[in-house]
Design a protein around this ligand. Structure first.
Ligand SMILES: Cc1cc2nc3c(=O)[nH]c(=O)nc-3n(C[C@H](O)[C@H](O)[C@H](O)COP(=O)(O)OP(=O)(O)OC[C@H]3O[C@@H](n4cnc5c(N)ncnc54)[C@H](O)[C@@H]3O)c2cc1C
Length: 387
């Protein structure tokens, strides 16, 4: 659609799902002049988003991952100026080998080009960042002081407010149950009546394949179960624990932990053994006892002297995962450009949500990712949309 046509007759875009991806897409669309309606089956952030650890980081070794985050951070910076809390506690990714340190060295250069600060630490310097850490088996790490975490609920409430101020609508407890094509658009049946729109964005996270089916499409996103646990300390640390991640391109334990608040950390294992597809409406939302024991063992190895550390409440949530571990953003079927998918962000759907939202908005408004050139590669093409 041309800019002129849009100004006179803005499209009505219906977004299915009020998680981080749906709400970021909604705000980008409303910013771009669209009429926006978000339909959410439960409440805002009630899906994977509300179960996430909220880490936003740039310590990657792949230039495409860093580029995506450059776009994402531009949005976060603007939203921070507008009042969103972003806790810049820093992000440390650990290396076990000199080969990984060489990758990190390249990452420092790539990040500098993208405008991010990052620095290498040798193993014997890591105690400056994490005095409690045992560095056995480590070669060093890469640290980004500006990375950090945000509260995913707060992010979504912030976005919902922003959407409202831009004239967008958000309907909670409204499940999309059916869809029919009609001239120039779609009619969605919901538990609260019908809604007509010109463009539909499927941002239903772990439910995205079910919503795709309702829309007459096939989408391969696998809901993968992950667990998080609170770590409670007897006394507050006298420094802020940065985010620490023990995983480089699939190598490492996947253990990660970070400061939550005074005297509390959150720990998670990013890598899981089971790749079983979960039923998003019926899976174990609690953390298994066996996982807690495994996590405690890994924590004891890496942080053996934390004062009075014990595990608190645990929970589980779903990573919506694609076959190539990159999100799907764009139409599934080129012949149906007005059905856009924004799903499959795996373990990165908080940090990538702003850029995914922007790309989805571009597809919906202009039929191509015009403001993020090159991101056509994220469209769920037949080659990528596989089990
Ligand atoms: C334990 C854990 C830790 C994580 N940590 C991080 C992290 O540190 N950093 C990071 O970036 N990411 C993290 N993630 C990943 C992140 O949470 C997800 O990638 C992200 O939340 C996905 O967002 P989404 O909007 O795609 O899905 P969701 O948040 O699940 O939103 C989809 C919404 O669609 C709604 N819906 C479904 N079907 C329908 C329907 N028929 N009609 C209407 N609405 C419907 C659902 O109710 C849901 O609210 C973590 C995930 C887990 C589980």
């Amino acid at each position: 659609m041309t800019a002129e046509a849009q100004a006179t007759n803005p499209p009505h875009v219906i977004i299915i799902g009020a998680g981080s991806l749906g709400l970021c897409a909604a705000v980008s669309l409303a910013d771009g002049g669209a009429k926006v309606t978000v339909l959410e089956a439960k409440s805002i952030a009630s899906g994977s988003t509300g179960r996430s650890v909220g880490v936003v980081g740039t310590q990657f070794t792949d230039p495409d991952e860093i580029l995506l985050r450059r776009y994402a951070f531009q949005h976060f910076a603007r939203w921070e100026d507008a009042g969103l809390h972003f806790n810049h506690i820093g992000y440390l990714r650990l290396a076990r080998t000199t080969a990984q340190m060489a990758l990190f060295e390249r990452s420092v250069g790539m990040q500098a080009e993208a405008g991010f600060r990052a620095k290498l630490y040798q193993a014997d310097e890591l105690h400056r960042l994490v005095p409690h850490m045992d560095v056995t088996g480590l070669a060093g790490g890469i640290f980004g002081p500006d990375n950090g975490f945000l509260d995913p609920h707060e992010l979504c409430m912030f976005l919902a407010e922003r959407l409202k101020s831009l004239g967008g609508r958000l309907q909670q407890y409204c499940t999309v149950t059916g869809a029919t094509r009609q001239k120039g658009g779609y009619r969605l049946e919901t538990t609260k009546g019908v809604v007509d729109g010109d463009v539909v964005v499927n941002a239903a996270g772990a439910w995205a394949p079910l919503v795709a089916e309702i829309l007459g499409q096939t989408l391969h996103v696998r809901p993968e179960r992950h667990e998080g646990v609170m770590v409670l300390l007897d006394q507050p640390l006298d420094y802020t624990m940065p985010m620490v991640m023990d995983l480089v391109n699939g190598e490492g334990t996947g253990l990660n932990f970070r400061h939550e608040k005074s005297g509390e950390l959150i720990a998670e294992i990013h890598k899981v053994d089971s790749t079983r597809a979960e039923n998003p409406d019926d899976y174990n939302e609690q953390c298994d006892e066996a996982s807690k024991i495994h996590l405690a063992e890994l924590l004891l190895e890496r942080l053996p002297h934390l004062p009075g550390a014990r595990l608190g409440r645990g929970w589980a949530g779903l990573y919506p995962v694609t076959a190539d571990h990159r999100p799907f953003v764009g139409p599934i079927d080129a012949r149906e450009p007005n059905l856009v998918t924004a799903a499959g962000a795996g373990g990165y759907g908080i940090q990538l949500a702003p850029v995914i939202g922007q790309i989805a908005a571009d597809w919906a408004l202009y039929g191509a990712p015009v403001s993020t050139p090159g991101m056509e590669i994220l469209a769920p093409s037949p080659a990528r949309n596989i089990a």
